[in-house]
Design a binder for this molecule. Structure first.
Ligand SMILES: [Cu+2]
Length: 99
């Protein structure tokens, strides 16, 4: 399906959310809006190994406002919740954005 302009999407930021992006097509510059209870979760950008290992790295950006807008970059974009164990319980998301 053709699409024009930038898309805004709101991922389900809760446990076992990995499949949220399945079947969705994203482009670089699209916005993901993370809506969640900031007393429960945060959103951290991570690289592939940190995504697999459920750990943030010094290069991670951690968002904590509860309504955080993140612009997708080209390629794989990885997000986890950095609260201990939450990523292990599936609060993680990988989104592939084409150019
Ligand atoms: Cu969490």
């Amino acid at each position: 399906m053709a699409r024009q302009g930038k898309m805004q999407c709101e991922p389900r930021w809760t446990f076992n959310t990995q499949s949220w992006a399945d079947g969705k097509k994203f482009k670089a510059g699209d916005m993901l809006i993370f809506n969640y209870d900031p007393s429960l979760h945060d959103v951290a950008t991570v690289d592939a190994s940190s995504y697999d290992g459920c750990a943030t790295s010094p290069s991670s950006t951690v968002y904590t406002s509860g309504k955080d807008t993140v612009k997708l970059k080209k390629g794989q974009n990885y997000f986890i919740c950095s609260i201990p164990s939450h990523c292990d319980w599936g609060l993680k998301l990988a989104v592939n954005a084409s150019s």
